[in-house]
Design a protein around this ligand. Structure first.
Ligand SMILES: [Fe+2]
Length: 307
């Protein structure tokens, strides 16, 4: 394992690799990233004996993976009953100092959102609560700038009969591929008007204002990504449109650093709001429902990726 991704072990300033005029810092970072990043088929799940009470050693393993990849997969023994799983998950994320993000319309106890097929009026029609596939995105891409999502946990309480596979790509890998292709694409996606999600009237009549902002941001030396591959109800600036097309192509063709996994009960991923998608799923003859718990946070995982 290569530890050169720790900024304190490098002579370069934290975040120097994101400056488009510093190809030396970028190339140095690129080398260490490629050497250390998790590749397809090398994904390991970190064992957490008790989800609600991770040990110091278990937490350090998670932080190390988050520092390198921006995500960490874990598997745990979880409580058997539903509200207890949510409470344990919240204790797990509390141990990393993560702070609950926006008040979500579907937020239950402990700030945890239960993702399952739903016919509730406020969830009907939303893809997360259906069996449908979900396209590449980072969470909260439609949020206002002061509601930026910087990390999330996704925890499987009950898998689907078939399908429901997640794919993940580290936003830093997507950035690297795009910058390798053409640094102008990065510049275009860092413009403050790059991506607009138009205002929307919610089912309850409330209006979510338009969300206008960049795709890539650098904050305290860390790369933050705000992205959706959706094609409806989205506007790209003239300069950003070709870059967005190139980025989408990168996500669809990445193989080396693409993670594909169908989470089992007790397994989950903690991440600095990594790029992810989901295949559609079916319950088959299984009467139990696919159930995933999700919590979104305002802050990043401590020490992760120069953050
Ligand atoms: Fe998501």
């Amino acid at each position: 394992m290569n530890d050169n991704l720790h900024p304190e072990q490098s002579s370069e300033l934290p975040g120097a690799q994101w400056a488009l005029d510093d190809s030396g810092a970028f190339n140095h970072w690129r080398q260490t990233k490629i050497a250390a990043a998790t590749r397809q088929n090398t994904l390991e799940f970190i064992n957490i004996a008790d989800l609600a009470n991770p040990t110091l050693a278990e937490r350090q393993l998670i932080l190390t993976r988050c520092n390198i990849d921006g995500y960490a997969f874990y598997q745990s023994s979880q409580p058997e009953t539903e509200p207890a799983i949510a409470a344990a998950l919240r204790q797990f994320t509390n141990s990393f100092g993560l702070k609950i993000a926006e008040t979500h319309r579907s937020m239950g106890d402990h700030g945890v959102v239960a993702l399952r097929v739903s016919k509730n009026e406020h969830q009907r029609g939303f893809i997360p609560y259906s069996r449908k596939a979900m396209n590449w995105h980072t969470d909260g891409y439609y949020n206002a700038p002061n509601d930026t999502i910087r990390s999330f946990v996704l925890h499987c309480a009950q898998p689907a009969g078939t399908g429901g596979q997640n794919q993940i790509i580290d936003p830093e890998i997507a950035y690297m591929r795009l910058r390798d292709l053409n640094p102008d694409y990065i510049a275009a996606l860092m413009m403050p008007d790059a991506m607009t999600i138009p205002a929307n009237t919610e089912a309850d009549g409330s209006v979510r204002p338009a969300s206008i902002g960049p795709v890539f941001m650098v904050e305290n030396g860390a790369l933050i990504m705000r992205y959706t591959a959706r094609t409806r109800s989205i506007e790209w600036s003239q300069k950003a449109a070709p870059a967005a097309a190139a980025l989408q192509n990168i996500l669809e063709t990445e193989s080396e650093f693409l993670i594909q996994t169908t989470l089992k009960s007790g397994q989950g991923v903690l991440s600095n709001n990594t790029l992810h998608n989901r295949t559609g799923f079916d319950q088959g003859s299984d009467p139990s429902q696919r159930l995933m718990y999700r919590i979104r946070f305002h802050n990043r995982i401590p020490g992760g990726q120069n953050g």
